[in-house]
Design a binder for this molecule. Structure first.
Ligand code: PLP
Length: 305
């Protein structure tokens, strides 16, 4: 599949034309947000197309299903092969890949007891989430990030994203580019609606810990490991809201957003109001890794066979 909606989607073990991959409107996961998904990227590397941190993404996919007690009819390995197969079937060099598992039951009633599931994998051409934006203007949301007493934050479950959608909408309706969500009743920064967050202070980077109700982002983990390899100190600790205003730099990380500078928060300029040097360096180095230009991290790339 590409952005025009042509090509093929992998659905329960076979390829179907994108336009033929349809569901009934009363499908459980459409009605109740009970699907789970991943966002994975394939990059055009020196050695051909390669999926970035595939095992970690697909492990998180299996874990999202496990958290919700959702049966998946395929092994992780079968799904990894299907991810590669979907990219090559569509003759894509680079792609955003969306594995999605959903309850395919049609009817009324939210109980999942005895209900069956399907897995679909789409691969499409996709640029950067925030396009060519050099720096985002963010708003601290009046909506808090969900927490694990309410919904499991570690699962990438469709329903969790209502929290992201309402926060993004609030920010965008108020003229900002994106939201930043707080946790612990507003005491500590959690993350963006679909991104983890970092700030830079005196050349060191700080990102909220697992306990701040974040999704454990794979890009976040990559940046932590990359920074350490560059000799940049990394702290995983709680960040107060006001630190977003006073830090030298701030940036989001995510598969879709990649490394994205934040240049203002609540109309306060962050640093000098442009992408800062630490963000720039990490972003450049990250680009090299995903393109296979940094041998040290070559193990993060799975070539499409
Ligand atoms: C809520 C949320 N936080 C953070 C991230 C970043 O995670 P990753 O870097 O694994 O894409 C995502 C995207 O998957 C997300 O949806």
């Amino acid at each position: 599949m590409n952005m025009a909606g042509k090509g093929y989607m992998w659905l329960d073990g076979r390829f179907v034309k994108f336009e033929d991959a349809r569901v009934n409107i009363l499908t459980h996961s459409l009605q109740y947000g009970s699907g789970i998904f991943e966002g994975v990227r394939c990059y055009d590397t020196m050695n051909g197309p390669a999926v970035f941190r595939m095992h970690d993404h697909m492990k998180r996919f299996m874990n999202s299903a496990k958290i919700y007690g959702m049966p998946i009819n395929f092994t992780q390995k079968q799904l990894e092969d299907a991810v590669c197969g979907t990219v090559s079937k569509n003759k894509l060099k680079s792609a955003y890949i969306r594995p999605f598992a959903f309850y395919n039951d049609v009817g009324i009633g939210f109980s999942t007891k005895g209900k069956t599931t399907s897995v679909a994998i789409a691969a499409l051409e996709f640029g950067r989430l925030f396009g060519e934006s050099k720096g985002l203007k963010c708003k601290v949301s009046s909506w808090q990030r969900i927490n694990s007493a309410i919904l499991p934050v570690e699962a990438k479950a469709s329903g969790n994203y209502l929290n992201s959608i309402i926060a993004s909408k609030e920010a965008q309706d108020s003229g900002y580019d994106e939201a930043i969500l707080m946790s612990d009743s507003g005491k500590t920064v959690a993350e963006g609606p679909g991104e983890n967050i970092f700030v830079v202070q005196d050349g060191e980077i700080i990102t909220p810990p697992k306990s701040a109700d974040i999704l454990l982002g794979i890009t976040r983990d990559s940046i932590i490991k990359l920074a350490a390899s560059l000799g940049i100190k990394v702290h995983e600790r709680n960040i107060r809201k006001e630190e977003l205003y006073t830090s030298d730099e701030a940036f989001f990380t995510g598969t879709a957003a990649e490394i994205q500078a934040i240049t203002s928060v609540d109309s306060r300029q962050v640093g000098n109001g442009r992408q800062g040097p630490v963000t720039g360096r990490l972003s450049d180095e990250y680009s090299k890794i995903v393109k296979g230009e940094n041998k040290k991290f070559a193990g993060w790339l799975t070539p499409i066979g």
